[in-house]
Design a protein around this ligand. Structure first.
Ligand code: FAD
Length: 519
């Protein structure tokens, strides 16, 4: 019988196969040569003590024991070319995993995506970074793979259903992601690896009879007697189907406006908003690992922090160790930040959204917009930031301590945000109550993370697309829209996910409900 061990080892042992084998041999009182094979099942870092340890769960096979390990493979997809069609709007994680699940269930997905394929998208990312040109259909949020493509690819979620999470992680491995994501407590993929995985998913969808249409924006949803009939595209083409998964993400403002105009029920939803903070990665390493230098055996350190200030949560969001701040606007005339990292997280800066939870009452000044009040609140801040920074893709920026002291920064050093920064007093970007909370919250952060509260840190504004400002309500059981039969609001844009994994899980859930309703 193979032995399963739960051990704690120093980083230099965890990262060296030879040393780890020696260590296991000692623990099992065998010679190293008697260990035929071992595999790590779970890995996490315990940085609470000064001497940092790796927690490892390992299976060890000794000489004479049969090596039995689970193989990760794709499901047995069958061709669905002639099967019943289901429209999936949006090729983000929700849409793509819905499409795969539909194929697995014998249904034909027609995936409709306003943006370009992953390779075509790159040109538009260059245009926004270098030429300050925002393509409204192809940017960091829109295009194949959705908002998750050019990201850090963090794959953790608060979802309690471990089985659902594991299923998505295994599918990602079957599509080429590193098997490490099945082992690490905080797995991530990285911007350089994600596009190929997404392209392989699309090719599989097409190979098994699904359709994927790029450069195709949905401009209307066809409804008769409160039942879905299909969609219209920007060219006036109609595509008919009785089932529609709407997975257009949190930035598809035209879709929210369309639903509102058609009197299809939507609701304002609280979200969170703030800034993106950038520190030297070496500083974050020294805080998190209590050391002067990280050394070669530890990964660039992440951080996660939350404080209650004036009755509201202020917290780190989508933290990217060794990463870059990206211009994530989806329309001209606005600026938006978020972050990405390559798989090695080897850039010299660490960035994180630092956001404050909003309440519905905060949207009161925009009440005339009804269910779109939160979206208009968000838009107004993004547009103000654009004006204040000079009406390009430069963002308003301020040194952290200067911000808390309401002092304009004399200079802003070059940051990882490629379009550039303009020194602005960030209190001008936000409503007064938000500025107050952030000022207080940052000094509290400094008490928990010694060294965090420093003028070396640069704040970029705003971080505003944390989750959807709108919910598209659906029945808890059938997952159909409360009024419109055949419409399945799905993923982050509809308010049912927050991140790559939960969006993918929600995509699968909607596909399963459609198959159930047709059975
Ligand atoms: P989206 O990914 O937003 O996809 C929606 C798709 O619908 C888009 O491709 C869009 O083009 C398309 N669409 C919109 N309107 C229309 C229309 N009218 N017609 C046709 N198509 C349309 N999450 C993590 O879990 N980990 C991370 O590390 C992480 N990093 C991120 C970094 C960045 C820079 C960004 C922007 C986001 C990051 N996120 C991360 C968030 C994550 O990407 C989203 O939570 C996730 O992509 C949501 O999935 P979704 O499928 O619901 O929507």
């Amino acid at each position: 019988m193979p032995k399963e061990l739960q051990i704690q080892v120093a980083p230099e042992i965890a990262s060296d196969v030879f040393l780890l084998k020696e260590h296991l041999a000692k623990l099992l009182h065998v010679k190293s040569s008697e260990i035929k094979h071992f595999s790590i099942l779970k890995r996490s870092i315990d940085a609470r003590q000064k001497a940092i340890k790796f927690n490892l769960k390992i299976t060890v096979f000794l000489e004479g024991e049969a090596i039995v390990e689970e193989q990760v493979t794709l499901p047995d997809y069958k061709n669905v070319s002639n099967a019943q069609e289901v429209i999936v709007v949006g090729a983000g994680p929700a849409g793509l995993f819905a499409a795969l699940q539909l194929i697995e269930l014998g249904l034909k997905p027609i995936v409709i995506e306003r943006g370009k394929d992953v390779r075509g998208r790159r040109r538009d990312l260059k245009a926004i970074n270098v030429d300050h040109i925002v393509n409204e259909d192809s940017n960091y949020c829109f295009g194949e793979g959705g908002a998750g493509t050019y990201s850090d690819g963090k794959l953790y979620t608060r979802s309690k259903k471990r089985g659902d999470v594991d299923r998505i992680l295994k599918l990602l491995v079957a599509f080429g992601a590193t098997p490490d994501i099945l082992v690490d407590a905080h797995p991530h993929i990285g911007t350089n690896k994600l596009p190929q995985i997404i392209q392989d998913i699309r090719e599989k969808i097409i190979e098994f009879g699904g359709k994927v249409l790029f450069d195709t924006r949905v401009t209307d949803i066809l409804v008769k007697n409160n039942e879905i009939q299909g969609i219209l595209t920007q060219n006036g083409d109609a595509i008919e189907a009785q089932k529609l998964i709407l997975a257009t993400g949190h930035s598809a403002r035209d879709i929210f406006e369309l639903l509102d105009k058609k009197k299809i029920l939507i609701e304002a939803k609280p979200f969170a908003l703030g800034v993106r903070a950038e520190h030297p990665q070496s500083l974050i390493d020294s805080i998190q690992y209590s050391c002067d230098f990280r050394g070669e055996h530890l990964p660039p350190a992440p951080y996660s922090i939350v404080k209650q200030v004036n009755g509201r949560g202020m917290y780190s969001f989508c933290m990217c160790p060794g990463g870059v701040i990206a211009p994530c606007a989806t329309s001209p005339g606005e600026v938006v930040t978020n972050g990405w990292s390559p798989s090695k997280r080897d850039q010299i800066t660490a960035n994180s959204g630092i956001v404050v939870e909003l309440k519905l009452e905060d949207f009161k000044p925009f009440a005339k917009h009804g269910a779109l009040a939160g979206m208009e609140f968000q838009k107004a801040i993004e547009q103000k930031a654009w004006h204040l920074a000079g009406q390009t893709q430069k963002v308003p920026a301020q040194r952290l301590v200067d911000f808390t002291q309401n002092k304009i920064s004399a200079d802003i050093p070059k940051t990882s945000y490629v379009p550039g920064t303009t020194s602005v007093e960030l209190g001008q970007v936000f409503p007064g109550f938000l500025t107050q909370i952030m000022r207080e919250g940052f000094s509290q952060f400094g008490k928990s993370m010694k060294g965090y509260y420093t003028n070396e840190a640069i704040l970029h504004a705003p971080e505003s697309r944390t989750s959807s400002p709108v919910r598209i309500p659906r029945d808890n059981e059938s997952l159909e829209h409360l009024q419109i039969k055949g419409l399945y609001p799905c993923g982050e844009g509809a308010g049912y996910a927050g991140g790559i994994i939960s969006a993918a899980i929600d995509g699968e859930k909607c596909a399963l409900k459609i198959a159930e309703s047709l059975a």
